[in-house]
Design a binder for this molecule. Structure first.
Ligand SMILES: NC(=O)c1ccc[n+]([C@@H]2O[C@H](COP(=O)([O-])OP(=O)(O)OC[C@H]3O[C@@H](n4cnc5c(N)ncnc54)[C@H](OP(=O)(O)O)[C@@H]3O)[C@@H](O)[C@H]2O)c1
Length: 234
C-alpha cells in the first residue's frame, strides 16, 4: 500500500513537534516536508532533539511546498483563515490544528474571537475533529479542524450527560489544569520557568475562548451556559 504523503506547516512549534513524533513512527505515513521560516535548511532534530537519529528531514519554507496527500497546519491562531486557499490547492486533505475553523457560526466566532475571519465560507467545509463524535464525517472529510485541547477534555467529559439530558444546561462549571507547553514555544513572562515554577494561577477565569467550542458541541437542548476556568501549573 502506498504511504500517505504528509506535510506539516509550522513544524518547529510544540504541536508540530509532537505531530512529527507521532507521524514519523506511523507505518502508513511518509512525512514529505516540514516548514519553519526561522529554521529553513536546518535539521528538524536541531529543534526537536528527541528526533535525533530518527529522521534526516530538514525544514523547508512555505514558499517551497510541493503537492501532497494531507497537510497539517500547526500555525498560531489567526493564520490559517487567511491562507486556507493555498493549502486547499496543495493537498487532498487539510487538517488545521488552530482554532480558525472550529466554530461553524460566524456570529459566535466574532463574539469569542473579537474579529471576523477571512474565507469564512470554509467554515461549512470543516468537520470538527473529535473522532468520538464525528468519526463517520472525518473519514471522508477534506477539511478537519482539530478540537481545542481544553475543549476536548470538557466536551468528552460532559457529552454523555448533555446528550441524555441528565444535567441542567445552564449550570455547568468546569475547570482544567494545564502545563506550560500549552502556551506554545514563544517566550513570555507567563511561561518563563523562573516566573512560573512552583505556582498555580488562573488564566482567563471568564470567557476562555474554548468555551465557544464546548457550547457548539453540547447544544442538544438549547445553548448551554458553561463556565470554564483554566488553571496553569508549572
Ligand atoms: N500547545 C498546545 O498545547 C496546543 C494544543 C492544541 C492546539 N494548539 C494550537 O496549535 C497551533 C500551534 O500551537 P503551538 O503551541 O505549536 O505554537 P508554537 O509552538 O508557537 O509554534 C508555532 C509554529 O508556527 C510557525 N509560525 C508562526 N508564525 C507563522 C507565520 N506567520 N507563518 C508561518 N508559520 C508561522 C512557527 O514556525 P517558525 O516561526 O519557526 O516559522 C512554529 O513552527 C496554535 O494555533 C495553537 O492554538 C496548541
Amino acid at each position: 500500500m502506498d504511504k500517505l504523503q504528509v506535510t506539516i506547516v509550522g513544524g518547529s512549534g510544540y504541536v508540530g513537534g509532537e505531530l512529527l513524533r507521532l507521524l514519523l513512527f506511523h507505518k502508513g505515513v511518509e512525512v514529505k516536508q516540514v516548514t519553519s521560516e526561522r529554521f529553513v535548511g536546518k535539521p528538524i532534530s536541531k529543534i526537536h532533539p528527541n528526533l535525533r537519529g530518527i529522521s534526516k528531514l530538514t525544514f523547508s519554507s512555505i514558499s517551497e511546498l510541493e503537492n501532497c496527500d494531507t497537510v497539517f497546519l500547526c500555525l498560531p491562531h489567526g493564520n490559517s483563515n487567511k491562507t486556507i486557499q493555498n493549502y486547499a490547492s496543495l493537498a487532498n486533505q487539510v487538517i488545521d490544528l488552530s482554532a480558525d475553523f472550529r466554530i461553524n457560526n460566524d456570529a459566535l466566532y466574532k463574539v469569542w474571537y473579537g474579529n471576523s475571519r477571512e474565507n469564512s465560507e470554509y467554515k461549512n467545509k470543516f468537520v470538527y475533529g473529535i473522532p468520538e463524535l464525528h468519526h463517520e464525517e472525518m473519514k471522508t472529510a477534506k477539511f478537519i479542524s482539530s478540537a481545542g485541547c481544553n475543549a476536548t477534555t470538557v466536551i468528552l467529559g460532559l457529552y454523555p450527560f448533555f446528550k441524555e439530558n441528565l444535567v441542567e444546561i445552564d449550570r455547568t462549571v468546569s475547570e482544567a489544569k494545564v502545563g506550560t507547553s500549552e502556551g506554545g514555544n514563544s517566550f513570555s513572562e507567563a511561561s518563563h520557568h523562573p516566573e512560573r515554577s512552583g505556582s498555580i494561577r488562573s488564566y482567563k477565569p471568564v470567557r476562555h475562548r474554548h468555551t465557544a467550542e464546548m457550547i457548539q458541541e453540547l447544544s442538544f437542548f438549547g445553548e448551554p451556559q458553561i463556565h470554564f476556568q483554566q488553571l496553569q501549573l508549572k
